[in-house]
Write a protein that binds this ligand. Structure first.
Ligand code: FAD
Length: 394
């Protein structure tokens, strides 16, 4: 097991960092340091295209589809340097990290040729239509239905918590295509264009004051019959494979983002004098230790997968970072005191970075699998305990 990078990898780091710094202090200086998922969407779409023009958009993908065939280590290094340079959240995160790899794994040659270059170059921004009012953790409860009509699939139903749907060109949807089926059977995985009369997106206002996610309604929405990933009725396997891509190389880049947040918090504690408080100092030290432990844990996990092995400890990672960041948000509010409770704006409220972190981090233990679901996964898949009792017939 190696817990570091080779000289060649460090040279790649310099190349990536040099390019990113030039871009984010030059033509894209205005998006540097943006942390909100909804700020400056048009500029961030242009940023996607700018990254793609120099092949920095999705470096782990095959070169034939716009990538660089980058190794796992190179992808990790790029993610780290991206966060270090203050790169904004990727508008097409779901396209590049979730649906792109899934199309690579399950798509036909035609689907790969049609969709992958458009994702890589920022022409198609994607969102995820999994959750429904009655189906979040239990996706087998999906009620959105679809049926064949001529050369199309027709879709009826509602999704919820659809992040960034208001900016997206395409959505991937799990829909029930066998009306007699229950649970994970009889579902299909459809690729659906957003720009049509049958799709309505309605913002949900979050407690940060922003609307990152939405309700998405399908009212006889249509997509071409060819836009199905995998076989009809076999969508569950595709949907679960996609969730597997949610963990992975963005891990260490995400930690660089955490580093920036912890540094902000330390600066705030210095500025208002709370850095002199022994209890706050202890808590900051704990946060620092937690971050370093996560870094070594993630390096260990990535090394194991690069060596072709699997490491059951990887199952603990989501719960670990979600709890760590939620505590960081709480600590930020302790450091800021009453100042943290005051909004920046007159009229509509708006928060500066640390209070925003506190509010947003309440969601960290929900999306990407709630803490309770993660504990079930650890129990069953890592520790080999008996499966939890299920009440619904499959
Ligand atoms: C910021 C954010 C962005 C999101 N973006 C998207 C998106 O783009 N697309 C999308 O499809 N979805 C998205 N989601 C939805 C997210 O995936 C769901 O919220 C999540 O899967 C939980 O589902 P739920 O909200 O329906 O809660 P439920 O599944 O109803 O769970 C409610 C509570 O019960 C617990 N629970 C449920 N089942 C069990 C069990 N078997 N054992 C123990 N406890 C259990 C849960 O842990 C939770 O505490 C987003 C959510 C958030 C917060």
């Amino acid at each position: 097991m190696k817990l570091g990078f080779t000289e060649a990898e460090e040279a790649f780091r310099v190349e990536a960092a040099t390019w990113l710094t030039a871009a984010l202090t030059g033509p894209f200086a205005d998006v540097r340091g943006v942390t909100s998922l909804v700020e400056m969407p048009e500029r961030r779409r242009e940023w996607e295209k700018y990254l793609a023009a120099s092949r920095w958009s999705c470096i782990g993908w095959p070169a034939q589809y716009g990538g660089r065939d980058a190794t796992l280590a190179q992808q990790v290094i790029f993610a780290e340097e991206y966060a270090r340079a203050g790169g904004p959240p990727r508008l097409n995160h779901l396209g590049i990290e979730l649906i792109g790899p899934t199309i690579l794994a399950y798509g036909t040659d035609e689907q790969k040729a049609r969709f992958l270059p458009a994702i890589a170059n920022g022409d198609h921004i994607w969102c995820q239509g999994y959750s429904e009012p009655g189906a979040g953790s239990d996706l087998g409860g999906v009620r959105t239905k679809a049926w064949r009509e001529g050369g199309d699939w027709v879709i009826e139903g509602q999704k919820v918590w659809t992040s960034l749907a208001q900016f997206c060109d395409w959505i991937f949807v799990i829909a029930r295509t066998d009306p007699e089926s229950v649970g994970s059977k009889g579902l299909s995985f459809l690729l659906v264009p957003m720009d049509q009369d049958g799709v309505t997106v309605r913002n949900i206002v979050q407690m940060t004051g922003e609307s990152e996610f939405n309700e998405t309604f399908f009212d006889a929405a249509r997509t071409d019959a060819a836009n199905i990933l995998g076989e009809p009725g076999q969508g569950w396997g595709v949907a679960m494979a996609l969730l597997g891509f949610e963990r992975g190389v963005s891990t260490l880049g995400q930690q660089m983002g955490f580093r920036n947040e912890l540094d902000d918090l330390i600066e705030a504690a210095r500025a208002n004098g709370s850095a002199g408080d022994p209890v706050i100092r202890q808590k900051i030290a704990q946060a620092e230790i937690g971050l370093r432990l996560m870094r070594y844990g993630a390096l260990r996990m990535l090394t194991a997968s690069a060596d072709g092995g699997s490491n059951p400890a990887a199952f603990t990672y989501k719960i670990q970072w979600a709890n760590w960041r939620q505590s960081l948000g709480e600590l930020a509010m302790e450091v800021l005191g009453q100042a943290g409770e005051i909004s920046d704006a007159h009229g509509e409220y708006a928060f500066s970075r640390l209070p925003h972190l506190f509010l947003y981090s309440r969601a960290d233990t929900i999306y990407g699998g709630t803490n309770e679901i993660q504990r079930n996964i650890i129990a069953e898949r890592a520790l080999g305990l008996p499966r939890e009792a299920r009440t619904r017939a499959k």
